[in-house]
Write a protein that binds this ligand. Structure first.
Ligand code: UT7
Length: 331
């Protein structure tokens, strides 16, 4: 039986990408790679890259303004700000606090959450719980990343994959009838923490000349192993969230998976028994933007009319940790 808790309505979404485009042919000039390899192995053709003096909080701010405008709300109506990111402006204060200052939303609680590429789905689950508990009524949830700034631009196995961007969502308490969040499902397994990580800059390896020289402040990944687990866990999370929603795969109008690799997405679709027509793809122009992937894809799907009010959509993600998660939403 599906429990009838208070509703949580999505009032609006927004997205922002830096204007600078980095193409595969640009990358051919930086590392030993080819457009053919990148396109066929990943599905990525271009990605957006931030200027060196623009921090993650700025992308978060631009996406948030768009989400607030769509929701027809002002910052004064927010009760909480949550930012999912693994590329914060600095270790502390949180990017959420920096965003709060930028928005002029003084006083409301604000914090970051780090669940890597699953960050936005973790955030939906947290926002939903806060709203359903009655603690906060209206929440701004953001997924914002500048992965270009933690990328080793001499490592062809990773530098072709990542990009920058931000997405935002405004959620508010509603009647059960207007409820948008039908289910959320989260998981993690820290046994795999050494397969996708940034080794230094924290307390394990504080910054020294050596950590800089050894490039320990950039993303390290065992691609093949991550690939296999990504497929397994995204399929698992997708099924669990659908089960928790009380619906079936056939009820989902559009699947929005984490955009890490087109081959992962195709494998997930095949295992779920769905056609690629039901799957939203924008990886070719964004690359992997970690916590910002699912929300920017959802925003694009809404703004381009691919989905409309009443449609049921599933967001699915997987990332470092490992973490995974899925959520079934009704627009
Ligand atoms: O967001 C969190 C989740 N992240 C992911 O899900 C990423 C998961 N992993 C992947 O997407 C893929 O594993 C990669 C795209 C990273 C790599 O694709 P792959 O099919 O697993 O390739 P591979 O690592 O097995 O490499 C195949 C070959 C190797 O050469 P040899 O050893 O066969 O001679 C690599 O050195 O391709 C080579 N290679 C490249 N060649 C040209 C690796 N990167 C490149 C490159 N350009 N950029």
């Amino acid at each position: 039986m599906i429990e009838k808790k208070p509703g949580v309505q999505i009032l609006g979404t927004g997205a922002y990408f830096p204007s600078k485009v980095l193409t595969n042919s640009d990358l051919e000039k930086i590392v030993n790679t080819s457009d053919e390899w990148i396109t066929s192995r990943t599905g990525i053709e271009t990605r957006r890259i931030s200027d060196s003096d623009i921090p993650t909080s700025e992308l978060a701010f631009r996406a948030s303004i768009e989400a607030l405008n769509t929701a027809k709300l002002t910052t004064k109506q927010l009760d909480l700000i949550l930012v999912a990111t693994i590329t914060p402006d600095m270790l502390f204060p949180s990017t959420a606090c920096l965003l709060q200052r930028r928005l002029g939303a003084k006083g409301i609680p604000s914090f970051d959450l780090a669940a890597a590429c699953s960050g936005f789905i973790y955030g939906i689950s947290i926002a939903r719980s806060f709203i359903q508990s009655g603690l906060y009524k209206t929440i701004l949830l953001v997924g914002a990343e500048e992965l270009s700034k933690i990328t080793d631009w001499t490592d062809r196995t990773t530098c072709v994959l990542f990009g920058d961007g931000a997405g935002a969502m405004v959620l508010t308490a509603s009647s059960y009838k207007e409820n948008s969040i039908l289910s959320t499902f989260l998981g993690a397994d820290g046994d795999y923490s050494n397969l996708l990580y940034v080794p230094a800059g924290g307390t394990l390896h504080p910054t020294t000349n050596e950590t800089v020289v050894k490039k320990m402040h950039t993303i390290k990944m065992e691609g093949k192993q991550v690939f296999k687990m990504a497929v397994l866990k995204m399929v698992y999370a997708a099924k669990k969230a659908i089960e928790l929603s009380g619906l079936q795969i056939k009820d989902i109008k559009l699947f929005i998976p984490h955009q890490a690799n087109i081959r992962i997405i195709k494998a997930v679709a095949e295992k779920l028994g769905i056609s690629m027509q039901q799957v939203f793809i924008n990886i070719y122009k964004t690359g992997n933007i970690s916590s910002a992937t699912t929300i920017t894809a959802l925003d694009e799907a809404i703004k381009t009319g691919k989905i409309k009010k009443g449609d049921i959509v599933e967001l699915i993600s997987f990332g470092s940790g490992f973490t995974w998660g899925a959520t079934v939403i009704q627009l």
